[in-house]
Design a protein around this ligand. Structure first.
Ligand code: GLU
Length: 506
């Protein structure tokens, strides 16, 4: 292991990247950036039966969306490639054969029928979780149970085989996990995992350790579900005489109820995304944070705290702050509950502060782009300022602020009825004239003029403002009344004034 910090995110391209995978990538990235190390993307595609077209592109697009772009990886350069395991196939044979020669792995000639039979026998003996291990190894057809001569003949006859690890019967396999401390497994509980399949492809376990070694990975940061495999990995490092990397297994991301792993079913059930980007597969569409209108930095901040804590009360972190504060020592052991309200809160905070020009650029690439193209950037930037405290998601700027892009589609008639008094009709006419006379059409001047009128006529604000609000925006909610007037302009204000007549008669 070199002194350099080299970490890798090693997804299998079997479908869209779950948000938990993004968190794993993020923690790897943060450690690399903090330590001046290298963040590597490795595509673990040795299981061709589970390969899903488009999944690798999805993974890259997701990482790029968060701007956690790998330093090395397929399409990113680096001198430890290739970075797709399927392209490294020939490289693994050497290592697997060393393990066979050293007696740490063996050829297994069992046919699928042999394995089914062994499984059924185990079941008949009340043993439901069949394990190909030290107990039954000698009863199966492999180079441990057969003589050297028989093995040689089978190999020469091109009999299909897999290669399995020969797990020692009695050994305590221990390693130090940064998150969990010392972790031990009794070897007799482990199975003789297949490390090379019949087609000559390595399985995950073999490819994973060979690549971590060859790519000089210093820290393996991955989900907790890989903890038990680590025993096999540690053993293989011993067999190969290699130093194992440092391990850190991240806690599970739990569903909103906190009683199990967050899955895509929860997303569908509770109506929130569990994937970074939208993904369409067969008839199904899986929602993505991006398409739902989340800001990548906000989601990144949200994810950073699902399993890590800075040890302070601070929740909002810029990327730089995260990099500085991040440390593997502060990863928590217990599962982290996924709370979409928290994600919304982060998004709201981020949209409150995001530069208007950046927001505008994003909105121009979203569903309301066409409608927005009818307005000048200057107009839209002002609209963004008026709306930014009233939105959670990107599309809310337009969805909640539609009255700034055209007359209201509907009006809060109930409140209008309650607030409108016939005796004030003269005042609404007078205020209309007052407004039409103004050449200084700024919120400040309009506000002063209207407020003075109200005061000098001894009217209450409550008799006038709600009505003006409803005719301008249709609703009682919305930005400052006079700022709205300034933005939509005199002509439009006067056009919308007509609603007073219509609403009186409904
Ligand atoms: N290919 C594994 C996965 O899909 C990677 C596990 C690891 O990081 O070692 O999650």
């Amino acid at each position: 292991m070199s002194d350099n910090i080299r970490v890798r995110f090693a997804p299998s391209p079997t479908g869209p990247l779950h948000i938990g995978g993004v968190r794993t990538a993020l923690y790897n990235y943060l450690l690399a950036r903090k330590m001046g190390g290298t963040f590597i993307l490795r595509i673990e595609d040795t299981d061709q039966t589970r390969y899903v077209a488009g999944a690798e592109d999805y993974i890259k697009e997701a990482l790029e969306w968060f701007d956690i772009t790998p330093d090395e990886g397929p399409g990113y350069g680096g001198n430890h490639g290739p970075y797709r395991q399927s392209e490294r196939k020939d490289l693994y044979a050497e290592y697997v054969h060393k393990m066979v020669e050293d007696g740490n792995a063996y050829y297994a000639f069992d046919t699928p029928e042999d394995l089914t039979k062994a499984r059924e026998e185990a079941k008949a003996n009340g043993n439901h979780s069949f394990k190909y291990n030290w107990e039954i190894r000698e009863k199966m057809r492999n180079s441990v149970s057969l003589s050297a001569k028989e093995t040689k003949e089978l190999l020469e006859a091109n009999t299909p085989y897999t290669i399995r690890l020969k797990i020692p019967t009695e050994q305590t396999i221990s390693f130090n996990d940064v998150v969990r401390g010392e972790v031990s497994f009794a070897s007799y509980e482990l199975d003789d995992k297949v490390i090379m399949k019949g087609d000559g492809m390595p399985t995950y376990h073999l490819a994973n350790i060979v690549d971590d070694h060859l790519m000089e990975i210093s820290h393996v940061i991955r989900g907790e579900e890989w903890l038990s495999s680590t025993a096999h990995h540690v053993l293989m490092y011993q067999f190969m005489g290699w130093e194992a990397p440092t391990f850190a297994h991240l806690p599970l991301i739990l569903n909103p109820a906190g009683n199990g792993k967050l899955s895509k079913r929860h997303g569908a059930k509770f109506g929130f995304p569990v994937f970074p980007l939208e993904w369409k597969q067969e008839e199904e569409t899986y929602r993505g944070f991006r398409e739902d209108g989340f800001d990548a930095d906000a989601v990144m901040n949200f994810l950073s705290l699902l399993g890590w804590s800075s040890g302070t009360d601070q929740e909002k972190f810029t990327r730089e702050e995260l990099i500085q504060a991040f440390s593997l020592d502060n990863i928590v052991k217990s599962g982290a509950r996924f709370d979409i309200d928290k994600a919304n809160w982060f998004n709201q905070q981020y949209l409150m502060e995001k530069p208007g020009a950046d927001i505008l650029e994003i909105l121009k690439g979203r569903k309301n782009a066409e409608q927005l193209s009818q307005y000048s950037d200057d107009y839209l930037l002002k609209m963004i300022e008026l709306m930014r405290e009233r939105v959670i998601l990107f599309d809310d700027f337009v969805d909640n602020g539609s009255f700034l892009l055209g007359s209201p589609k509907e009006y809060d008639e109930k409140t209008f009825k309650k607030k409108y008094k016939n005796e004030n009709a003269v005042h609404f006419d007078a205020i209309k004239s007052l407004i039409s006379e103004q050449t200084d059409f700024t919120a400040e001047n309009l506000g002063n003029q209207v407020k003075n009128y109200i005061k000098s006529n001894e009217l209450g604000f409550g008799a006038i403002f709600p009505i003006l609000r409803i005719i301008l925006s249709g609703t009682m909610k919305g930005p400052d009344l006079f700022a709205m007037m300034e933005l939509i302009g005199k002509e439009e204000v006067l056009i919308r004034w007509e609603a007073i007549n219509t609403l009186q008669n409904v």
